[in-house]
Design a protein around this ligand. Structure first.
Ligand SMILES: NC(=O)c1ccc[n+]([C@@H]2O[C@H](COP(=O)([O-])OP(=O)(O)OC[C@H]3O[C@@H](n4cnc5c(N)ncnc54)[C@H](OP(=O)(O)O)[C@@H]3O)[C@@H](O)[C@H]2O)c1
Length: 321
């Protein structure tokens, strides 16, 4: 947001996604000459590197902006240093205003920048006894329509949706964000060595699909990172999920637990090699929400992060809705 001396808004901008102009450039274009002497208020430290778009710090200087207030320092080592550039050019800089809030808003992106790989959310729909399919391989549907709609909203927030060839062959999923407003369809990604039949839904033109002929999770994430994917939704079956969980490449779990029991069939996660309870890793519960209305199937959506709760972890909220 660009503000004049009285605090009135001159222009606004936001970043629509990878490869599009940064928020600063959008706002400066809209403001034109009126940006001279203005205050720019931004969530993230203006970048100083030339990627697919030019350095924002330089543009702010050239536009004659007098003051820049930002919340979060840029965690991307390639892009950091904007504040120094601005100060060097005589622009007043105020850093760290509501930094915690900005970090929360940009949670997955910030973590990805720190880790230099995409943030991985593993989403699974399970029965009360933790199964993701029946003994005959059928899995449609374990969770309710409301949960599936919720999961589509989750898809719409991600850059890529990843499955293994096992899920692609068994379920022939479309892996698109439906029933929700999606600014763009996430990239569909299949990992594994087997071929997909040409009739696979994943090969239709509803969205772009990347077929990665590898079983190496690091290689998968590196390929997605190069394509500027910062948040990946892992929707694979137990094999791929175990491969990622087993080497610490899952940053968040979203599990929809349905009020049904199967007693047989594959469980959510393949063998991690854990043989005794003391070796079981503990996860931290962030939230537990009831999804669905009374009178229809109601599931529970659990959101977890790896590791035991740490001091300062907020109380998990329990919500009916
Ligand atoms: N309820 C749910 O939320 C849910 C979600 C997804 C799937 N499912 C169910 O899960 C079942 C499919 O399970 P799945 O385990 O076969 O699916 P998967 O994990 O999606 O795919 C497994 C396949 O991916 C390939 N692969 C890629 N990376 C790998 C790695 N690091 N390690 C090992 N293999 C790797 C292997 O095939 P190659 O031989 O081709 O390399 C492997 O057989 C279906 O019944 C489906 O309905 C349920």
């Amino acid at each position: 947001v660009l503000l004049d001396d009285d605090g009135a808004v001159i222009a606004e901008g936001f970043h629509r996604g990878a490869g599009t102009p940064h928020a600063e450039a959008v706002a400066l274009d809209a403001a034109g000459e009126r940006a001279r002497g203005a205050t720019a208020v931004v969530t993230l430290e203006p970048c100083r590197h030339t990627g697919r778009t030019g350095p924002c710090a330089q543009r702010l200087v050239e536009a004659g902006v007098a003051r820049v207030v930002f919340a979060q320092s840029d965690p991307n080592p390639m892009a950091a240093g904007g504040a120094t550039l601005l100060r060097g050019a005589g622009v007043e800089v105020v850093a760290g205003v509501m930094a915690g809030e900005a970090e929360t808003v940009n949670r997955e992106w910030s973590a990805a920048m720190r880790l230099q790989r995409p943030f991985v959310t593993w989403k699974t729909g399970v029965t009360l006894d933790g199964r993701v399919a029946a003994a005959d391989g059928t899995s449609r549907w374990i969770t309710s329509a409301a949960s599936r709609r919720d999961a589509h909203a989750l898809r719409a927030k991600c850059d890529a949706i990843l499955v293994g060839t096992g899920t692609a062959l068994a379920d022939d999923p479309a892996l698109t964000a439906r029933e929700v407003e999606a600014a763009r369809q996430p990239l569909r990604v299949v990992a594994g060595l087997r071929d997909l039949p040409p009739s696979s839904r994943l090969l239709d033109d509803a969205a772009e699909t990347l077929v990665l002929r590898t079983r190496d999770p690091h290689e998968v994430l590196a390929a997605l990172w190069r394509r500027e994917c910062r948040h990946v939704l892992l929707e694979g079956g137990p094999t791929l999920a175990a491969a990622f969980v087993g080497i610490g490449l899952v940053d968040e779990v979203v599990a929809y637990v349905a009020p049904t029991l199967l007693g047989a069939g594959p469980s959510a996660l393949g063998d991690l090699g854990i043989r005794t309870i003391a070796d079981a890793p503990r996860w931290c519960l962030l939230s537990a929400d009831v999804i669905g209305d009374a009178g229809s199937q109601r599931d529970v959506r659990l959101t977890l992060t790896p590791g035991p709760p740490r001091p300062g972890t907020p109380e998990p909220h329990r919500k009916d809705g």
